[in-house]
Each structure stands twice: as C-alpha cells, then as structure tokens.
Design a protein around this ligand. Sequence first.
Ligand SMILES: Cc1cc2nc3c(=O)[nH]c(=O)nc-3n(C[C@H](O)[C@H](O)[C@H](O)COP(=O)(O)OP(=O)(O)OC[C@H]3O[C@@H](n4cnc5c(N)ncnc54)[C@H](O)[C@@H]3O)c2cc1C
Length: 160
Amino acid sequence: MNIREMTRQECTAMLKSSRLGRLACVRDDRPYVVPIHFAFGDNFIFSFSLLGKKVEWMRQNRHVCLQVDDVGSVHGWKSVVVDGLFEDLPKAPDPDWTVPANDQQALVSDREREFAWSLLQKHANWWEPGALKPGETAGSGGHLFYQIRIETISGRQAFR
Ligand SMILES: Cc1cc2nc3c(=O)[nH]c(=O)nc-3n(C[C@H](O)[C@H](O)[C@H](O)COP(=O)(O)OP(=O)(O)OC[C@H]3O[C@@H](n4cnc5c(N)ncnc54)[C@H](O)[C@@H]3O)c2cc1C
C-alpha cells in the first residue's frame, strides 16, 4: 500500500461531493467529536445545528477541525482534514426586514446565510434528522446556521 498527498483540487472535489463529516472542537484542553452533515462552498463549510454542547464550545473556542473520508477498502481510501474557524450565521430576518442603510455587516451576513441555505437546500432533509436531539421531533425549531471559515486543507490517499 502507498500513501500520497492529495492536491488542493482533489481535496475540494471531495468536500464538494461529501455530506458527512466528523467535527472536532476543544474546550479547556478537552476534545469533543460528533458526526455532522455539511455543505461545502467557496472557502467555507456550512451546517445546521441545535444549541448544545458543540455550539457552546465552538462559540468559546472558534478553532475547529472537520474530517471527511471515503473508505473503499483497507488499501484504498481518501481522507481530508480541514482546520478552520467557527462563525455563527444570524437567523433569517423577518420578511419585512430591510438591511439598514450603511450596515455592511448585516448585508454580508445575510448574503452568507442565503448562500449557505441555497447549498444545504440542494440536499433537502438529509441534514434534518441528524440535527434532532433525543425526545425532539422535526420542526420543533431552534436550528441555527453556522459556517467554518477554512484555514487549511490537507488530504491523503491510500492506494496499491
Ligand atoms: C449521520 C449523522 C448526521 C448528523 N448530522 C448533524 C447535523 O447536520 N447537525 C447537527 O447539529 N447534528 C447532526 N448530527 C447529530 C450530532 O452528531 C450530535 O449528536 C448533535 O448535533 C448533538 O450535539 P451537541 O453537541 O449539541 O450535543 P448535546 O445534545 O449538547 O449532548 C451532549 C452530550 O451528548 C452526547 N452526544 C451528543 N451527540 C452524540 C452523538 N452523535 N453520539 C454519541 N453521543 C453524543 C455526548 O456525550 C455529549 O457530551 C448527526 C448525527 C449523525 C449520526
């Protein structure tokens, strides 16, 4: 078996075609890893969540890591690791809301949220069941959007 580094292009192609990753965050020197569904766009990973431990931790320490893999066999697999920064995306504004004059930050956030939604919507419903908590039902609300601003990407591929 051989291992090689994947190119940036190969890594982003894999992120584009992947839906499931493992998200790691850290608080007080303690790691926490959970599976999440995500969408990749430009230089960001987008996802949905309910409030809970990972969001609480990521808000305290924005440095996170996402790992994605495609395991065909013991001797043939691909794995991509993304290091990045967690960023909250504000909730959808109400329909009558208009961007206040000169509020560039509001404009940018609104565009990013719409972009995230358009990417996630392409895969309608695949993320929703995973984002439920024990005892909750779909549609009970409270979801939030967030993004991971990608800082570095690395990928390794095993082959014969
Ligand atoms: C295939 C798949 C896709 C998923 N997609 C998403 C997604 O897109 N968005 C999303 O937010 N969540 C998704 N989840 C659920 C996610 O893995 C977490 O369970 C969930 O987000 C709750 O995380 P939390 O930190 O808010 O936990 P909390 O509800 O705050 O609970 C904290 C404690 O519960 C336990 N716990 C939490 N999650 C898990 C878990 N997955 N496995 C074992 N123990 C756990 C841990 O002990 C942890 O300390 C997905 C899960 C799967 C299996």
